[in-house]
Design a protein around this ligand. Structure first.
Ligand code: PMP
Length: 443
């Protein structure tokens, strides 16, 4: 079959048989897949037509060590050949899970010390909610079941994780969700206090927050927010869960995002960067106090576990991935290159009128699109998707966020060099300039 016929066949089969996650079905049926990727190397992805792109999102904020790392393929192969799978139920164990739990405990902020493994971030958050509720049952406080989260938050698509997600379109996808989830304005401590007072602390199990909101548009909490949240949770006896699925494993220039705030949660969820996407793995790290309480109060089986909780190959890949992050000093690199990324955004902002607020911490950042920089007025129809489409033509993958805003977000691999940041910024500037020109010609 010729290459062209093969591409046509794949497009046809994609439309006929493949339901894409978090995608527009109408767009897929009209245009086929927007790219069929075939290879990855470093910060670059290549598609079936031979086009090369900078993966400005580390794919789904997860390919932290970059594409094409042979060491990770070898770690997977070695583990699969030795022991591809064995159970962790009923206290069965294996060395990769034991070593990885120990490693994560040593990296996590002090106090966080014991790990429950899942296959991804949604399962990690569901696990945290269930452990919080289970804990209160064990403590003889069965009414403490409610979970509070923040507007614009994203916690995944399992039933509990969706119910905690502040981005309404994800919740409105179905007409009923898990009970006992409540939302507060993501920037208002006042509102958090009010909801606690209204609902009654004796009915609340936990509060969950991302240290920096990712899918909601790379939103930073106001200064001091996390410290105040910790204080309030302590005051009312509510467990604090931080969702580090994006911010973990170096993304923000510290190992975990919460380190910027100096706050220690009771549970911390992780996924994505733990394996850089080379295997499916997530989990929850529990504080020593919580772990000790579970040990002393638990009388029977912990009735919660996934077949792939502690998957040996995924754990072996995670261990090698963390070794790469450490030996190549990628956390430090994220911090330094984050400064370059932000100054690149500022440079574009100084040249292009449609760029409003720009922000970045480590290698997670965003540019806001505005009609009027002085007033912050937005375009009636979001422009970010046009920039993302144009960037794709320039060989740059980034993401539009249009929930309540008009923003383009970025999260390049942590291996990115100064030179590659300059390349990313150059391509982005061309895309912004092209879109600006089209908008001007319409005026
Ligand atoms: N929490 C956050 C903060 C996330 O960004 C994501 C994924 N984008 C999830 C949870 C869900 O993780 P997964 O898709 O692995 O289930």
């Amino acid at each position: 079959m010729s290459k062209k016929n093969n591409i046509q066949e794949l497009i046809h089969l994609d439309k006929k048989h493949f339901i894409h996650p978090t995608s527009s079905i109408a767009q897929q049926q009209a245009n086929g897949p927007s790219a069929i990727f075939t290879e990855g190397k470093g910060i670059y992805l290549k598609d079936i037509q031979g086009h090369s792109y900078i993966d400005g999102m580390s794919s789904l904020w997860n390919v932290n060590v970059g594409h094409g790392r042979k060491e990770l393929a070898e770690a997977a192969k070695e583990q699969m050949e030795k022991l591809a799978f064995s159970s962790c139920f009923s206290t069965f164990s294996h060395e990769p899970a034991i070593r990885l739990a120990t490693k994560i405990a040593s990296l996590a902020p002090r106090e966080l010390n014991a790990v429950f493994f899942t296959s991804g971030g949604s399962e990690a958050n569901d696990t945290a909610f269930k452990l919080a509720r289970h804990y209160w049952l064990l403590k003889g406080k069965p009414n403490r079941q409610k979970i509070i989260s923040r507007t614009k938050s994203y916690h995944g698509v399992a039933m509990g994780a969706t119910s905690a997600t502040g981005l309404k379109p994800f919740r409105d996808f179905t007409n009923s969700l898990a009970p006992d989830f409540y939302y507060v304005d993501g920037s208002s401590i006042e509102e958090l206090r009010n909801v606690i007072e209204q609902e009654g602390a004796e009915t609340l199990a936990a509060f969950i927050t991302e240290p920096i909101q990712g899918a909601g548009g790379v939103n930073f909490a106001p200064p001091g927010y996390m410290q105040e949240v910790r204080r309030i949770c302590d005051q009312y006896g509510i467990l604090l869960i931080t969702d580090e699925v994006i911010t973990g494993f170096g993304r923000t220039g510290t190992f975990f995002g919460i380190e910027h705030d100096g706050v220690i949660p009771d549970m911390m969820c992780f996924a994505k960067g733990v394996t850089s996407g080379y295997a499916q793995l997530g989990g929850v790290v529990l504080s020593e106090t919580l772990h000790q309480e579970l040990i002393s109060l638990s009388r029977e089986t912990l009735f919660h576990g996934y077949t792939y909780s502690g998957h040996p190959m995924a754990c072996a890949v995670a261990l090698k991935n963390i070794e790469i992050i450490e030996t190549e000093k990628l956390v430090e690199n994220a911090k330094l290159r984050g400064v370059d990324l932000l100054s690149g955004f500022q440079e574009i902002q100084s040249k292009r009128n449609i760029i409003g607020h720009v922000r970045a911490l480590g290698l997670i950042g965003a540019i806001q699109i505005v009609k009027n920089r002085q007033t912050g007025e937005r375009f009636q129809t979001p422009v970010a998707p046009l920039i993302v489409a144009e960037a794709m033509k320039q060989g740059l993958i980034c993401r539009a966020v249009t929930f309540d805003q008009d923003t383009v977000v970025f999260a390049p691999p942590l291996i990115i060099t100064k030179q590659e940041i300059a390349e990313l910024i150059g391509r982005l500037d061309k895309a912004v300039a092209a879109v600006e020109q089209v908008l001007q010609s319409k005026d």
